[in-house]
Design a protein around this ligand. Structure first.
Ligand code: PRT
Ligand code: ZN
Length: 296
């Protein structure tokens, strides 16, 4: 399939930790993705956009150059690119709530951590040399950064560097390699990015539509619709307890004077504890429903 100048291009990871969730986000935003995952591109059937499946490391370059106007990538990869380039040619539009990980310094378990100052004159092995060099500079530490493209956790055993800086999610990989995390350099999650290159008005407008759709998905992720019954004297306490709710709808209950039905959209997670508290102040027949779509 040829790149179509009339359509938006969205860069997503071809295969890896972010691929499935990136596709799911776009699907939840109502985009019908045509082809299978193995093609390099996929047409979106019901929106003027195509997906480009690429390696995550290439996504910032594609978006910065405007080859793809939009992309989904980890903040870790984006920050490495921006620091390496010395300028921010991609704009972060929204954090997406998945792909969470932390870039951490780690040393052998038996080692003693004496703080960032102890790194003076040391070597630090990492796949994120620009991010690590930036962090070291901000700590006022002069250490040598050694770039490794993979298997960073082997660096101490191989005598390449006594300290590493690598991505961690559960910490199992560090542990399996006899390492312990000692310092956080960067917290990361997947972000939606767009090019800073000026776009033709029609593409800019399509981008805005895409952005609104994704906002809609992100806004409803934790949102719930709560319905309950309550006597009038309990209404103020109930309104205070509803998490992240805007003005609830209060309707009189037929045949039960002084009793009302309360309906509310809660934009934050609704926990069992909250339901117990609602019950405690007089609510009954509490229902919590998922929200599929919301157009503010
Ligand atoms: O092929 P391509 O270049 O596209 O993919 P990739 O192999 O470079 O990246 P991939 O798919 O591994 O990760 C894509 C993105 O997912 C990263 O850039 C991060 O933004 C995010 N992410 C989230 C992670 C992790 N969690 C993670 N745990 N990326 C890597 N890891 C590594 C970690 O370094 C460790 O080696 O996974 C291993 C397991 O981690 P633990 O701590 O759970 O043991
Ligand atoms: Zn990669």
């Amino acid at each position: 399939m040829l790149v179509d100048a009339e359509r938006l291009h969205i860069a997503v990871q071809k295969s890896g930790r972010l691929s499935d969730l990136s596709r799911k986000l776009l699907a939840d935003a109502g985009l019908r993705i045509a082809n299978g995952k193995n093609a390099l591109t996929a047409r979106i059937e019901n929106f003027p956009a195509d997906l480009m499946f690429v390696r995550d490391d290439d996504i910032p370059t594609f978006v910065a150059d405007g080859v793809c106007e939009w992309g989904i990538v980890g903040e870790n990869v984006l920050k490495e690119f921006a620091l390496d380039e010395g300028e921010e040619r991609c704009e972060v539009v929204a954090p997406l709530g998945f792909g969470h990980c932390t870039l951490k310094l780690a040393i052998p378990e038996a080692g003693e951590w004496r703080g960032a100052d102890g790194l003076h004159g040391q070597r630090v092995a990492t796949s994120y040399p620009a991010v690590v060099a930036d962090w070291l500079a901000r700590q006022g530490v002069a250490a040598e950064v050694v770039k490794m493209n993979g298997a960073v956790e082997l660096a101490p055993r191989l005598g390449i560097a006594p300290v590493i800086c690598d991505l961690v999610s559960t910490g199992a990989t560090l542990e399996a390699n006899g390492l312990k995390a000692v310092e956080t350099v960067l917290e990361s999650e997947a972000v939606l990015i767009r090019t800073r290159k000026p776009l033709a008005p029609v593409k800019a407008e399509q981008g805005e539509r895409l952005c609104k759709r994704i906002d809609g998905v992100l806004g409803t992720r934790d949102a719930k619709y709560i319905m309950l019954n309550a006597p009038s004297e309990a209404l103020p306490a109930i309104t205070r307890l509803l998490p992240g709710a805007e003005a609830p709808t209060v309707l009189p209950l037929h045949g039960r004077p002084g009793h009302f039905a309360v309906h509310a959209v809660c934009r934050e997670s609704v926990f069992w504890e909250t339901l117990q508290e609602l019950k405690g102040v007089g609510a009954s027949a509490i229902l919590v429903l998922p929200i599929e779509k919301m157009l503010p």
